[in-house]
Design a protein. Structure first.
Lengths: 100, 271
């Protein structure tokens, strides 16, 4: 729960910083969406048993839908689907069996 | 009864997906979505306004640092230009007096020409040329109202209104096209189209019309969307091709977020 709350706050701050502060700098125009990068990294480095990645992805999608000009659900669906794909790839190809 | 734990898990996922879908549909097709957006913007706006101002200041500072190399060259050029301008100033002073007298006689002023509302910019969309301002339907704003700078330069028009905020689509937004003209010895009428990333093109200019770099592009009253005579920008480069039916030109937008502390929304105008 603590991880979800901290991540939600970080995501909220990232959105506000990117839309209000970094929006001024022309050389940062092609900077990728920081929230999407954050969520992808979070899902990549999360252990397979944990499910908080999905919840954080859904929160990130919802917040992006609130602050950016797209219909509700646009970013939520994209980010949750991305986290599902990441988890599936990790499970299929990068599973590490720990020795006893 | 479902007893298999795997089937139970699947049922849970399906039910959850249906629930999420229903919530999203409800947010899109009822006013709940707009209320949620308005509430989040209301909470965040003090922080967003402060960050917007900080970003503006830092950008100013970086620009100054970048400009040190060019300053020396600019200094020489400016000296030459200064001499020329002194000569022009003498004749302009005479015109200024005349202009002031005429202004007094006609009583011209921004607030005399239009009914305006002042607003602050709080954020800019990441992917599109769109900004959010801190005035909304509670302040009497409606969709389609033109947004200008204090110098009467067109920024864009209101695309969406919330009770306390509005989204403004910039003239450089890809979905924005408007009728425009170049005033001169002969009037050249065309259409400006947004290209994204604060770039605008002036299109549908007939081949026989001659346009020059630095020409001012202004709005026309065609369609009644914008008041006539608002500056859109200046011609930056011209793309002339015999193959194309029309010539096009790149426009430098007349507004610059670096120097923009507040903007005006025109709530009523006479053409």
């Amino acid at each position: 729960m603590k991880k979800i709350i901290i991540s939600a706050v970080i995501i909220y701050l990232l959105i506000i910083i990117q839309t209000s502060f970094l929006a001024h700098f022309k050389f940062l125009y092609y900077l990728p969406n920081l929230v999407i990068v954050f969520v992808i990294l979070l899902n990549l480095f999360e252990s397979q048993q944990e499910k908080t990645g999905f919840i954080i992805s859904a929160i990130a999608g919802f917040l992006l839908d609130v602050f950016l000009e797209k219909p509700f659900g646009f970013y939520t669906i994209i980010i949750v689907a991305a986290s599902l794909v990441i988890k599936a790839i990790i499970k299929k190809y990068l599973y590490l069996k720990l020795s006893k | 009864m479902v007893s298999n734990p795997k089937t139970k898990e699947r049922m849970k996922i399906i039910l959850l997906s249906i629930l999420i879908g229903a919530v999203l549909l409800m947010l899109n097709y009822t006013s709940l979505g707009e209320q949620a957006k308005n509430a989040f913007l209301l909470i965040s706006s003090p922080m967003q306004i402060s960050l917007w101002k900080q970003g503006q200041n830092l950008n100013h500072f970086i620009d100054k640092l970048n400009g040190i190399d060019a300053l020396e060259r600019e200094k020489t050029n400016l000296k030459l230009e200064n001499e020329k301008l002194k000569a022009e100033l003498a004749s302009l002073l005479e015109l200024r007096n005349e202009n002031e007298n005429l202004r007094k006689a006609l009583d011209i002023g921004l607030e005399k020409e239009f009914k305006i509302t002042m607003a602050d910019i709080i954020s800019k969309d990441l992917l599109q040329d769109m900004i959010v301002i801190n005035k909304g339907s509670d302040d009497g704003l409606l969709i389609g109202f033109p947004v200008i700078t204090p110098e009467k330069t067109l920024i864009g028009k209101i695309e969406k209104v919330f009770p306390n905020f509005s989204k403004v689509i910039l003239t450089s937004n890809k979905n924005n096209a408007l009728s425009a003209k170049i005033d001169g010895e002969e009037e050249i009428i065309g259409v400006t189209k947004g290209k994204g990333n604060l770039k605008i093109i002036f299109d549908l200019i007939p081949h026989e019309k001659e346009i020059k770099k630095g020409n001012f592009v202004t709005t026309t009253s065609l369609g009644g969307v914008f008041p006539k005579g608002l500056l859109i920008g200046t011609i930056d480069s011209i793309d002339y091709s015999d193959v194309k039916p029309f010539q096009t030109a790149q426009i430098n937008p007349g507004f610059d977020f670096k120097n923009l502390d507040f903007i005006f929304v025109i709530t009523n105008f006479k053409n």
